[in-house]
Design a protein around this ligand. Sequence first.
Ligand code: HEC
Ligand code: HEC
Length: 468
Amino acid sequence: MHMKANLTLVESKDIVALAAVFAVTASFAAVTTPPPSSSLEISRATGTNVASVKIADSYDHVWVLQSSSNLTTWTDVEALKIHNGSFFRAFTKDATKPNLFFRAFYDSTRQNIFSVTTNALLLPTTSFNYAAPVLPAAFSVNPILGQDTTPATNITTDLGATLGRVLFYDKRLSTNQTVSCSSCHQREHGFSDPRKFSVGFNGGLTGRNSMGLSNARWYLRRHFFWDERANTLEDQVLQPIQNATEMGMTLDALTNRLAAEPFYTNLFATTFGSTAVTSDRISRALAQFVRSIVSTRSKYDTGVSNNFANFTAEENLGRQIFLGQVGNPRATCAACHGTDNFTPGPALNNNGLEFPFVDLGVGGITGNPGDNGKFKSPSLRNIELTGPYMHDGRFTTLEQVVEFYNSGVVDNPNLSPPLRTPPGQPPGALRLNLTTQQKAALVAFLKTLTDPNLATDAKFADPFNYGN
Ligand code: HEC
Ligand code: HEC
């Protein structure tokens, strides 16, 4: 949004009031029009709300904030360097200055503040622990141990994942600096996107639903994306950057852009031993951060350690249904969403969403008709947070997912065996015949996989300094 070039004044009595100047004025010859696609919002104090200044500027310019008590003489309060596109600051009432006005503007001659580690980022003095998170016992033995996708050539370090975290939240990774990885992988949504399809840098929509990233580190088949088109996570993380809809960048443009930021050369040097910004290093750091998004503190995890004494009767019933211990016929969820990480084993699966296939999935990559309609299933951890569900985001709620498995699985040539009728019955898609109570129990169980720490743990937070 581009705001009009005029003077907006807000009157004040005994509150802090704010005003905004956007253009050249007689008293400020140096003041120029704001950079394109920026916006400024200055709000006055009302009631108990403090006054505030809010700036959106995707190219991270310096803005000058000034105050005045008479609207004639203005003095600098601060030169504000915008980081990662936005700035916000709230001002509390100052009883000694009952009539105080503020204005902020862009001045092309005052752009000499640069993004350095100390102003651009809010990093802890001692790195967070990414390299050795505390894992439940089941993660240190097979089968989960053998599903770890960490290559010997890119072991996660605290510094590497820290750099990866900065990159993950940085909008510089998209060509017009409007979209970061975190735009489509939002941590309060299990690092997925609540929108059916995500919106890229230029307003275009992705072809599939975003995937939750918690515990993506463990996947036996190693590949990434719904159709498994990336062979490794190191390959995967560079693809959205170069995708024409998602971020629209080239790796050359990105390495040049990052190399121009002092805080990046600093981070690359502390992480990799020299200031060189290369796409290989970007890939390694991003992959390390994604692998560090480990979620192991759910109600389910507590249950594992106390024989599920912390579960309600309903949650325990749901768990038994999920494991195929009760029901007629038995549900087979765990056959494809197995282990304490709730990920598939060696098989590539079709779960009968539709036939004919609208999206060929893995078949579209391998060209093998037997792979048509088959998709990766990401870990079900935090599934409550990652809706909508399936590669096309067709289901809004877990209730709809459960009803689909109960009564809606579509028979097709590639339907995986666990979702077919058992031997001795007429061939077709399995129908679970769950009661209303059993369906609710299955949903209740799926919600025990939610780890509230994912959204609150500082080590996964956006590290940029937005001004307050
Ligand atoms: C515009 C939205 C968007 C942006 C930006 C984006 N992603 Fe994604 N991401 C998606 C979508 C959609 C998928 C699934 C696409 C598919 O499978 O075809 C996905 C899939 C993934 C996967 C695969 C997970 C798995 O288990 O296989 C990973 C990992 C991932 N993204 C990481 C990242 C990283 C790192 C960045 C930043 C460099 C990023 N994404 C930027 C939307 C986005
Ligand atoms: C034959 C293997 C198989 C079985 C059995 C199975 N699933 Fe799935 N599940 C999949 C596949 C494959 C996907 C991804 C499908 C897609 O998006 O096209 C999936 C996706 C899901 C999703 C959505 C994941 C996401 O991130 O959007 C949920 C939730 C789910 N399954 C729950 C269950 C439950 C509950 C059961 C038991 C009633 C079950 N599944 C049984 C293979 C299976």
